[in-house]
Design a protein. Structure first.
Ligand SMILES: Cc1ncc(C[n+]2csc(CCOP(=O)(O)OP(=O)(O)O)c2C)c(N)n1
Length: 361
């Protein structure tokens, strides 16, 4: 593991994850204050803006979904925005991400506009898939985003393949990818972890441990408490990170990215968080105890970022309000763009498609 920025950094788990096992583990991780002083003020303020933009955009998408105006389902990262915003902000321009279905913040940080996202949700031609696919099933190689593969954890083998290509070509580029706690029980997750570790690939693999895979809690998913323990089996260093603290996510991602770029191989990051909404917006998630949600509401990533910015003297109420208003304007302008955009014409359905039926006209 690369050098820690200071003694206040979150507990590091490398070869002795047992230290953080048990019911106390989460509290230990969550209560450790993260020193964000080494992050530039402008960078932290920008991350705060992206947290607000992600929340505002996804709230808007949810409202459209409830109005029946969305094509397909609606999965959000509500309460988990710090993960995607934090890791995407830690990457360099030439790096690549293979995101997950709760990574809206990463799409935005890498330059996909709210207008394009809304066009995607409305099935319009101006969305990243030109109206061919829905919701977060999108990508854009020009912005270093590998299209999200629907089958869980399937983007991990794709990401490790990209990392292998970077290594063979001698490029100092890094791939960042991840899946949920449920996704880590899939075979492709384990194949990718093993391959990445054996070949010392420049890839960072994360798990957003939001404690539920649809209605299945982690305890019915695996016989360990911390997902990071899975990394040990592959000889891969791992770290547990407060996934609701954008500064902690950013700093841990920076360390893992630097390690990968310098030839040190992959790192596994477990971002502890909570899924605050249903699996998708159709799901009232009655199987999640309300007290658990109440507890996690207090750890909301936007509140945490505001607390940190205030502590550091980087922002105040007025700055937070201004960021919120700016995000709202950007999303409303995006919706206007998406609504005015055309739907694709029928024949366009076959453009950019790699396979079609031999007997099709
Ligand atoms: C192989 C496969 N099985 C099932 C699904 C349907 N599905 C999509 S997301 C999901 C739950 C994922 O849980 P987790 O990995 O913990 O991520 P979370 O949604 O909680 O962020 C399921 C069952 C799928 N997309 N792929």
């Amino acid at each position: 593991m690369s050098a820690l920025p200071n003694e206040q950094t979150l507990a590091v788990v490398e070869g002795h994850a047992g230290v953080l096992n048990g019911p106390l583990a989460l509290e230990v991780v969550m209560d450790v204050a993260v020193s964000a002083q080494e992050i530039k003020r402008a960078d932290l303020l920008q991350m705060y803006y992206y947290l607000r933009l992600t929340r505002t955009l996804e709230d808007r998408v949810t409202a459209l979904y409830r109005q029946g105006r969305i094509v397909g389902g609606c999965y959000t990262s509500h309460g988990m925005e710090a993960i995607a915003v934090g890791y995407a902000s830690a990457l360099e321009r030439d790096d690549v991400i293979a995101p997950f279905h709760r990574d809206m913040g990463a799409f935005l940080v890498r330059g996909i506009t709210p207008g394009e996202v809304l066009a995607q949700y409305l099935g319009k031609r101006t969305g990243p898939t030109n109206g061919k696919d829905g919701n977060v099933h999108m990508g854009d190689l020009k912005r270093g985003i590998i299209g999200f593969v629907s089958h869980l954890a399937d983007n991990l083998p794709v990401a490790t393949g990209a990392a292998l290509a970077f290594k063979i070509r001698g490029e100092r580029r890094v791939v960042f990818t991840g899946t949920g706690d449920g996704g880590t029980s899939r075979g492709d997750f384990h194949e990718a972890m093993n391959f990445a570790a054996v070949r010392k690939l420049p890839v960072v693999i994360f798990c957003n441990n939001n404690q539920y895979a649809y209605s299945t809690p982690v305890r019915y998913q695996m016989a360990i408490t911390d997902v990071v323990e899975r990394a040990k089996a592959y000889g891969m260093p791992g770290e547990i990170v407060d996934g609701n603290d954008v500064a902690a996510v950013y700093l841990a991602s920076k360390r893992a990215i630097a390690r990968a770029r310098d030839g040190g191989g992959p790192t596994f990051l477990e971002f502890k968080t909570m899924r605050m909404h249903g699996h998708s917006e159709h799901d009232p998630a009655k199987y999640v105890p309300r007290e658990l949600l109440e507890e996690w509401k207090k750890k909301d990533p936007i509140l945490k970022a505001e607390h940190l910015l205030t502590q550091l003297g980087y922002g105040d109420e007025a700055a937070f309000r201004e960021a919120g208003e700016r995000a709202k304007k950007e999303v409303e302008a995006g919706l206007d763009f998406a609504e005015r955009s055309p739907l694709p014409e029928g024949p366009e359905a076959l453009e950019g498609v790699f396979a079609e039926r031999a007997d099709s006209e």
